[in-house]
Design a protein around this ligand. Structure first.
Ligand code: AKB
Length: 316
């Protein structure tokens, strides 16, 4: 098989686990991990690694040609909370990196692109529950604006130049292997660490803030699933809605208390509350299910058991 994969942003929350998964699926030497900084020892030793700035077109092109890359997963991005602090930096990183990769595909230097979108494409005027694939989208964050714009460009490059770009709208992602950085949904990872360490957690969102979430294993399966499905199955070339779980801080607390009864949560909402309030509570992902067979597996209680079990040794 000719396939050779480049992951840009391999050291991030999704990139780290995606690298491990793709290397085990396709063989280590076929998956080139890259990031702006050196990766973990495990990542550097388990296969090829390149230092690569997602904003540097020439450097990406050089790596693509040297390694004869066919598929690019562009995972470098600035998330919602950080992008509110550095709007222009967030916009530049999220947009320029996408154009670089789309242009490489347009010029036939690569065959296929994965680009992550997010539930942040939706805004305060979007229907909040069971948010449909096609609906009102008026994002109110820099991150959301960059993702919605990116979706339009993905569809445009597909329609105009035949670029094979595939994308999903990630909900908040939860993993015990890597920490998220700069997102609004990050509390749902931090809460497990604090529950084990301090038996209490001060949450930056209020008790009733229901958001779409997903366990990382499901997200990785979805990511590779959409990339590996036949081209004809992909009917949406902007980005697919993707759903797994929906819960609020009170509900995740109740799930943790089944294992740690003394665990307590208190609330001190900050600027991230307004971001969360602008996003949907649950997502209708029937098009992803119909078109390329997406199915989520992990429930909230299953995720809690896995998270606590895998993190407990860190806090003994
Ligand atoms: C964030 O909170 O910014 C991200 C996202 C929902 O895309 N996790």
């Amino acid at each position: 098989m000719k396939k050779r994969i480049l992951i840009i942003g391999a050291s991030g929350q999704i990139g780290t686990e995606l690298t491990v998964y793709l290397r085990s699926k396709f063989g280590s030497h076929k998956v080139i991990a890259s990031d702006i900084r050196e990766g973990s020892e495990e990542m550097m030793q388990s296969g090829p690694f390149e230092i690569l700035d997602a904003m540097d077109y020439e450097a990406i092109q050089e790596v693509v040609i040297r390694h004869e890359i066919t598929d690019v997963y562009l995972m470098a991005a600035m998330l919602s909370a950080t992008a509110e602090k550095f709007p222009m930096k967030g916009w530049n990183l999220n947009m320029n990196s996408l154009f670089h990769v789309l242009n490489l595909a347009k010029d036939k230097k690569i065959d296929k692109v994965f680009w992550p979108s997010s539930i942040a494409v939706f805004g305060p005027t979007t229907p909040k529950t069971n948010t449909p694939q096609c609906t009102v989208m008026e994002p109110s964050t820099v991150y959301g604006i960059s993702k919605q714009t990116g979706e339009r460009w993905c569809e445009y490059y597909h329609n105009r130049y035949g670029v094979d770009v595939r994308s999903i709208r990630y909900p908040g992602l939860i993993s015990y292997k890597t920490l998220p950085g700069g997102g609004t949904t990050d509390y749902a990872v931090d809460i497990y660490h604090k529950a084990l360490k301090h038996k209490e957690y001060v949450c930056f969102l209020n008790a009733e803030t229901t958001l779409p979430m997903m366990f990382m294993d499901d997200a990785i399966r979805a990511t590779v699933g959409i990339m590996e499905t036949d081209k004809e199955n992909i009917k949406v070339r902007s980005s697919y809605n993707l759903s797994g779980l929906s819960f609020n801080p009170e509900e995740i607390t109740a799930s943790i208390q089944k294992h740690i009864p003394e665990f307590k949560i208190s609330y001190d909402p900050d600027f991230r509350q307004a971001i969360a309030d602008s996003w949907p509570q649950s997502i209708d992902d029937s098009e992803a299910r119909t078109d390329w067979g997406w199915e989520h597996k992990v429930s909230l209680d299953e995720m809690t058991a896995i998270m606590l079990d895998n993190l407990k040794d860190e806090y003994l």
